[in-house]
Design a protein around this ligand. Structure first.
Ligand code: FA5
Ligand code: MG
Length: 337
């Protein structure tokens, strides 16, 4: 492909998101109410969460599995909602105060004075409630003018979870609605962490969000530090009332998918998620799938072993491969060849 004079790849002039066609000139403008650079526009169509071989896509599917297995009342799943949202959706609908720092041009990417690149998936809570959804998961790319380090990137992915309870659900418990929802929320997220990681060191921290009360954050011990992986809480009544849920109580959470994937796959730096190197984006590939006459199925996988620190020796790879085979045999109950 052709390169610009400065050596960088040319930026696409238009892309399609959630069925909406978006031109570069609609998002990146020489205008005082716009602060979206080309480097951010070029991330808009990437949709890492929709790639089943990418660590973010694998994680999304593993979380879906947990909710499908544990809730008879199915969660409605959305992963294609447009990341361009109104200031009202991103902030007003979730009660972010008019003078809150997150609204500033310094923190949020503004397309114009009324339109932003969503800075969290909570931007979709109100519309989905109004559409009558009571159990839902929203996955998507979110954008913040954060400075980059090993756990922060200006584009990352979140999964929002939302669950509405009607009075019958908590009345029998003897608890008030808020305590009931808070207890259920923590149980749900601790169960999710066990489903994803097995044993992992974690702790709950009291937090503040304008849209929940009480609010919590979950931290996981990773690479000798506590890392915040999600925010959550019991939804403010005003949000439920404003969107057609009069007597209900609800919980909500927002997961940082990169951070959870870092723990799951032992990925040392968030910048790696944007690597185009196939050894990162599809480390495990099913290359053959065969069923014999007796009905036994054989799978052949290609695995790319790679270290960020050094080139691996054959001995090191053999040892890793031995561990993978051992785990596959005991956990998946298969016969190795
Ligand atoms: C929120 O975004 C809230 N909307 C979460 C929420 C939803 C709370 C529903 C209550 C109810 P916060 O700003 O803490 O919260 O971000 C949530 C998670 O996103 C963080 O815990 C972290 O895992 C991840 N995150 C935040 N900023 C970055 C970043 N720059 N790079 C990578 N991950 C990030
Ligand atoms: Mg936080």
């Amino acid at each position: 492909c052709t390169r610009k004079k400065n050596g960088r790849l040319p930026v696409l002039s238009a892309l399609e998101l959630g069925g909406v066609k978006i031109a570069r000139d609609d998002v990146v403008r020489d205008d005082p109410t716009n602060n979206v650079p080309d480097s951010i526009f070029s991330k808009l169509g990437m949709q890492l969460h929709k790639r089943n071989q990418h660590p973010i896509g694998i994680l999304k599917n593993a979380i879906y599995e947990y909710f499908d297995a544990n809730y008879s009342n199915k969660f409605d799943k959305f992963d294609d909602l447009c990341p361009l949202v109104s200031v009202k959706q991103n902030f007003d609908d979730v009660l972010v105060p008019a003078d809150h720092i997150s609204r500033s041009y310094n923190d949020t990417y503004y397309v114009d004075s009324q339109t932003v690149l969503r800075c969290h998936t909570s931007a979709h809570q109100a519309e989905l409630l109004r559409d009558g959804h009571t159990h839902f998961l929203v996955t998507g790319d979110v954008y913040r003018r954060d400075s980059i380090d090993s756990t922060h990137y200006p584009v990352f992915h979140q999964m929002e979870g939302f669950r509405v309870f009607s009075p019958e659900e908590w009345e029998a418990s003897g608890l008030d609605g808020t305590s009931y929802a808070a207890g259920d929320l923590k149980k749900c997220l601790e169960g999710l962490a066990r489903h994803l990681f097995g044993a992992v060191e974690m702790r709950w921290i009291d937090a503040y969000f304008p849209f929940t009360n009480p609010s919590f954050e979950l931290e996981i011990y990773f690479q000798e530090k506590w890392m915040e992986v999600l925010g959550c809480g019991v939804t403010e009544q005003e949000i439920l009332r404003n969107n057609g849920q009069l007597d209900s109580v609800a919980w909500a959470f927002g997961l940082g998918l990169e951070r959870l994937a870092m723990v799951l796959f032992d990925i040392p730096d968030i910048r790696l998620f944007w690597s185009n190197d196939e050894r990162f984006t599809s480390q495990v590939q099913l290359i053959d799938n065969f069923t014999n006459k007796k009905g036994m199925t054989s799978h052949c996988y290609r695995i790319a072993y790679r270290s960020m620190e050094c080139s691996l020796t054959d001995e090191e790879i053999n040892e890793l491969q031995r561990k993978v085979r051992e785990q596959v045999e005991t956990k998946l109950n298969v016969e190795l060849r």
